[in-house]
Ligand binder design. Structure first.
Ligand SMILES: Cc1cc2nc3c(=O)[nH]c(=O)nc-3n(C[C@H](O)[C@H](O)[C@H](O)COP(=O)(O)OP(=O)(O)OC[C@H]3O[C@@H](n4cnc5c(N)ncnc54)[C@H](O)[C@@H]3O)c2cc1C
Ligand SMILES: NC(=O)c1ccc[n+]([C@@H]2O[C@H](COP(=O)([O-])OP(=O)(O)OC[C@H]3O[C@@H](n4cnc5c(N)ncnc54)[C@H](O)[C@@H]3O)[C@@H](O)[C@H]2O)c1
Length: 471
């Protein structure tokens, strides 16, 4: 027994916090997890990943988007889609997800304390409940901070949750805006821009950088921009929003260049800030950087060694996918359980319409580090499954080493991209070569067959190169 109330206290119940708590409980430890009643499941379940992906699914289904290649441009499942149609599905899925989280915590014997945690000292956390004067103080041998992020809001802008929103407030919309300015072309901005464009909203995206999603394959980003422009999205790159006013009919967004954009609503998706401001970090001997983020070592330990931090609060890559594993690894490390580091091959999935996913290197990275490679491409329109589902634009691209024929990167655009990428990830993770994909029989007709076609394309190009060089 230790002198502490708990072996592990976790602050925040998003993906990172949940997995840290469950990993601790599986090791037989006494664990408490703290979050506000209405936020159990974190940003992920309540305002971020799950609601946005469910909204996307509702948009795809009700607009009939994915069926128009087959039934014509005017095909719709429902003519007048309302915000209630979209929100009904979203609320249902959020409710179910939160139940799953609660049940998992409960059956693992984890105490869920409803309230807001803050440090009293480096082993003690005060939980402020929903009501005034409702406080509990608990102590823990180890503490995991998994408090995530909140949208960054410029102080000069008057957010009113109605016409000027941040990306967490999309679900408070009372109607689908006829026009929308999206400030910031990061992942959140572009995902929502593509959903509203599919609903028929005239979207203008303003981004201060010259490019968007510059960590992705440039060819795929070009394809996405082409699709979005086709859905009446206007891009303003290299432009900065300096002011937003509410006018009688809606909003006016003013750019540094002097342009003024009228729209029914404005959504800010211009980055996020670590939720550490009210944690009283100083009482635990910790401090955050200017974006509210905490620094950690390779074991997710903060400079105060029994306090760990995981998930979005430690910054990049800030994904639900990676946060979960960070939480698990932090708890295992705290209790001396052997762990394997996360593999360097982390997938990226962007749920735009159409979706994007990749794993491994990009062409830009290989070129700048002078790694010779060949590209193999498969287009969905040449796959039987692509024809059957009516996806005429999808593509899968393999980057193959011309030295040892290993797969160096896989980039997918179109239906099922975020699932398909994992075949490439597995082959790369096992050190596989392009020949494995050439010699593998895939189910037919499937989208997975794209791997074989792309692998054949790459090997044909490599053979052509060999022919020229050996003659
Ligand atoms: C719109 C949107 C879409 C996204 N889509 C994807 C996606 O498709 N795929 C993907 O992998 N990732 C996606 N993400 C990112 C993903 O949601 C985050 O990476 C993930 O939620 C981070 O998990 P976390 O453990 O850091 O905690 P979070 O989910 O950020 O939750 C933190 C929790 O801590 C609580 N908290 C904060 N301070 C305290 C305190 N002092 N006391 C008690 N509790 C506190 C909060 O109430 C919150 O519940 C998306 C994010 C957004 C915003
Ligand atoms: N599918 C996914 O995996 C997924 C989906 C959504 C979010 N996320 C995660 O959430 C995190 C936050 O995403 P985000 O999109 O908010 O942040 P971000 O920081 O990636 O993007 C914000 C963008 O806004 C621009 N910007 C800032 N101020 C501006 C201004 N005044 N005018 C014009 N442009 C401006 C910035 O240049 C930047 O490109 C990401 O790190 C991402 O990992 C992941």
């Amino acid at each position: 027994m230790t002198p502490y109330d708990y072996d592990l206290i976790v602050i925040g119940s998003g993906p990172g916090g949940q997995k840290a708590a469950i990993a601790g409980a599986k090791l037989g430890k006494r664990v408490a997890i703290i979050d506000k009643q209405e936020m159990v499941g974190g940003v992920c379940a309540n305002t971020g990943t799950i609601p946005s992906k469910t909204l996307r699914e509702a948009v795809m289904f009700l607009t009939g988007m994915s069926q128009r290649e087959l039934y014509g441009a005017s095909y719709r499942v429902k003519q007048d889609i309302t915000i209630n149609d979209l929100m009904a599905r979203t609320q249902h899925v959020i409710g179910r997800e939160v139940q799953v989280v609660r049940a998992q915590l409960h059956r693992n014997g984890i105490d869920l304390l409803n309230g807001f945690g803050r440090f009293v000292d480096e082993h003690t956390v005060m939980v402020d409940g929903a009501h005034r004067g409702d406080h509990t103080t608990i102590s823990g041998e180890f503490i995991v901070i998994a408090t995530g992020t909140t949208p960054a809001r410029p102080s000069v802008v008057d957010f009113d949750e109605e016409r000027i929103l941040d990306s967490d407030e999309v679900f408070a919309l009372t109607e689908i805006p006829s026009s929308l300015v999206v400030v910031g072309a990061g992942v959140i901005g572009i995902e929502y821009a593509s959903m509203f464009a599919a609903l028929g909203t005239r979207v203008t995206v303003v981004e201060q950088r010259e490019k968007m999603l510059d960590f992705c394959d440039p060819e795929i980003v070009e394809s996405l921009k082409f699709h979005l422009r086709d859905q009446a999205v206007t891009f303003r790159f290299g432009e900065k929003v300096v002011n937003v006013e509410v006018s009688q009919g809606g909003t006016i967004t003013t750019l540094a260049s002097g342009k003024r954009i009228p729209a029914s609503a404005v959504m800010y998706s211009a980055g996020r800030q670590g939720t550490t401001e009210k944690l009283d970090l100083a009482a635990a001997g910790l401090e955050a950087d200017n974006r509210g983020r905490l620094s950690v070592d390779e074991h997710y330990r903060t400079p105060v060694e029994h306090i760990y931090a995981v998930g979005d609060v430690i910054g990049f890559p800030a994904l639900a996918a990676t946060s979960m594993d960070q939480g698990r690894l932090a708890a295992y490390h705290a209790f001396g359980e052997p762990v394997h580091d996360l593999t360097a091959l982390q997938p990226i999935g962007i749920y735009t319409i159409p979706e994007i996913s990749y794993c491994g290197a990009t062409e830009t990275e290989l070129t700048s580090s002078a790694v010779p490679y060949e590209v193999g491409i498969s287009r969905y329109r040449e796959l039987a499954r692509g024809q059957i589902i009516g996806d005429a634009y999808g593509m899968l691209k393999l980057l193959v080493s011309t030295v040892d024929r290993k797969i160096l990167g896989v980039h997918v655009f179109g239906t099922g991209a975020t699932d398909l990428v994992h075949i490439g990830q597995a082959v790369m993770g096992c050190g596989g070569t392009v020949d494995y994909l050439v010699d593998t029989v895939f189910n037919y007709p499937t989208l997975s067959e794209a791997y074989k076609i792309a692998a054949l394309d790459a090997t044909n190009k490599i053979r052509a190169l060999d022919r020229f060089t050996t003659r």
